[in-house]
Design a protein around this ligand. Structure first.
Ligand SMILES: Nc1ncnc2c1ncn2[C@@H]1O[C@H](COP(=O)(O)OP(=O)(O)OP(=O)(O)O)[C@@H](O)[C@H]1O
Length: 506
């Protein structure tokens, strides 16, 4: 197809990628802020179609077009599946930038590049964070099955997602769940011989093999993240909310036991094993801690949160698990209730506004007390100081600075657990313990905290050894024994189940 002039396209043909400008769309509101740019809800002017525009951040022009965007575009161009977000086209803004109201924005003349995606009403984190939100068991099964189906498709097409987390799982009001944000994704070869960076996956969802420094890995890394999401859906809050890499590993070992050559052959050869192995052996407690979960759910979770990646369940085998084939069955996505749009960015913004409002009210109260109080002035001001402090503010790892609460940070990316109340379901344990969920088994996905980001994470000095650059390559070769997953022994009837259910080419 010849390159058409912008806005002179035949609508019956798909526009050539990059041939149209962002002026073909009217930005409606900002719905996301990622590491690599803002995301807007927008309307295509001619068709009225609602889309999501993800602006590619080009702050540092010297580095050229960001590699993450190149990867995301390249990979999404080849993935087409109902559980993977659809990248529709790329548009440009060659001239002066416009602000949200369409007015020329200051002196910005830099050209911009946008990815145009199908619009999704929610992300899982934003949806779960809605006040009073409670997912039913069939609903959790429905979301989990879609997540695994999308991921199975990626893995069969030799793509690792490498950033599975709630805010990257988009959900529409028809109940469809789609994997999004392929900025960290990459192709892999089945032999796992290439050296890959281990600084991927948001910390709370990062598997032990990456935390221990392996540079040879495969789809099992995504399955660990899926296990974390699954447990979070059942438990009501994130299960491994580590504040830095060593603490993350400790939390994993406390629940999953310590790795050794018996339960994970080859683990002692992983680069940082000796630095981080627990000082005393720890028992696996997962089945005991989550004994209140449904039997089949626990069985599946146990297989997802298996320390040894070569024994961890694959997406394909997980889809075959009894959990998805016993009552209550996963519901039909179309039967799910519809909700007002909820993205993590917006729910966070609302909470931040509420916090500011509460702080202002507290300040006002304090001011009132100071004027009318009976305490001596010095004591009074000391008390006031503690009173106006925001809620619990967990210590942050140096590389995950906490986002301050002021208005100038409204659009800043959360890099760590936010301070303040209301993040956990009432009765939950803010320290990340494993008390029984207050909302009961199954329907409990509740308010989790924000995890530190996987992208560009730098290990603390004194943390991981040998971690100078963004890519953790060059460590000793870690021999992965068996190929990924435990497949190959699947039940014959189950293969049919999958073939019937998941109708795409492998
Ligand atoms: N197609 C879409 N429809 C609706 N919302 C979207 C869409 N794509 C992204 N978003 C919203 O924008 C947020 C950020 O998008 P995305 O994760 O793609 O950006 P990113 O820069 O890669 O972010 P991160 O640094 O969190 O990984 C998502 O969590 C989601 O809430």
């Amino acid at each position: 197809m010849a390159i058409a002039a912008p806005e002179q396209l035949n609508l019956t043909e798909a526009p050539t990628w990059g041939s149209r400008t962002v002026d073909c769309f009217e930005k409606l509101e900002q719905i996301g802020e990622g590491t690599y740019g803002q995301v807007y809800m927008a309307k295509e002017i001619r068709t009225g179609e609602i889309v999501a525009l993800k602006k590619i951040r080009m702050d540092n022009e010297r580095e050229g077009f960001p590699i993450t965007a190149i990867r995301e575009i390249k990979i999404l161009k080849k993935l087409h599946h109902e559980n993977v977000i659809d990248l529709k086209e790329i548009v440009t803004s060659p001239g002066r930038e416009k602000d949200d109201q369409g007015r020329p924005d200051g002196n910005k003349y830099k050209g911009g590049i946008y990815m145009v995606f199908e619009y999704m009403d929610h992300d899982l984190t934003g949806l779960a964070d809605r006040p009073g939100m409670r997912f039913s068991v069939p609903q959790i099964k429905c979301y989990m099955r879609q997540l695994l189906t999308g991921l199975h498709y990626c893995h069969v097409n030799q793509v690792l997602h490498r950033d599975i987390k709630g805010s990257n799982l988009l959900i529409d009001n028809k109940g469809n769940l789609k994997l999004a944000d392929f900025g960290l994704a990459r192709s892999f070869s089945n032999d796992h011989n290439a050296n890959l960076t281990n600084r991927v996956i948001t910390l709370w969802y990062r598997p032990p093999e990456l935390l221990l420094g392996t540079t040879k890995y495969g789809p099992a890394v995504d399955m660990w993240s899926v296990g974390c999401i699954f447990a979070e859906l059942l438990h009501g809050k994130p299960i491994f909310p580590g504040k830095d890499e060593p603490e993350q590993l400790n939390k994993i070992f406390e629940l999953c036991g310590s790795p050794d050559e018996v339960n994970w052959p080859g683990v002692s050869k992983i680069p940082w094993y000796n630095n981080f192995k627990p000082s005393r052996p720890l028992k696996r407690r997962l089945r005991e801690v989550f004994r209140h979960f449904d039997r089949h759910a626990l069985e599946l979770l146990d297989k997802m949160l298996t320390l040894d990646p070569s024994q961890r369940i694959s997406a394909k085998d997980a889809l075959d698990a009894e959990y998805f084939w016993t009552d209550p069955l996963p519901c039909d996505p179309k039967s799910l209730p519809t909700y007002e749009a909820s993205h993590e960015f917006q729910t966070k913004k609302k909470r931040q506004q509420q916090r500011q409002h509460e702080e202002a009210a507290k300040r006002q109260k304090l001011h009132h007390q100071q004027q009318h109080g009976r305490l001596p002035p010095v004591q009074q001001s000391g008390q006031g100081h503690t009173q106006i402090r925001p809620g619990p503010n967990p210590p942050m790892h140096a590389s995950h600075p906490q986002v301050a609460g002021g208005p100038s940070h409204h659009y800043a990316k959360p890099h760590g657990p936010p301070a303040g109340p209301g993040r956990y379901p009432a009765g939950g344990n803010p320290s990340g313990g494993y008390g029984h969920p207050t909302r009961g088994q199954g329907g409990a996905y509740g308010s989790g905290r924000y995890p530190p980001q996987g992208r560009g994470t730098q290990y603390s000095s004194g943390g991981m050894p040998g971690s100078s650059g963004p890519r953790g390559v060059g460590g000793p070769n870690y021999p992965h024994g068996a190929p990924y997953g435990s497949s190959g022994t699947g039940r014959g009837s189950n293969v049919n189940r999958n073939q019937q259910q998941y109708n795409w080419q492998q």
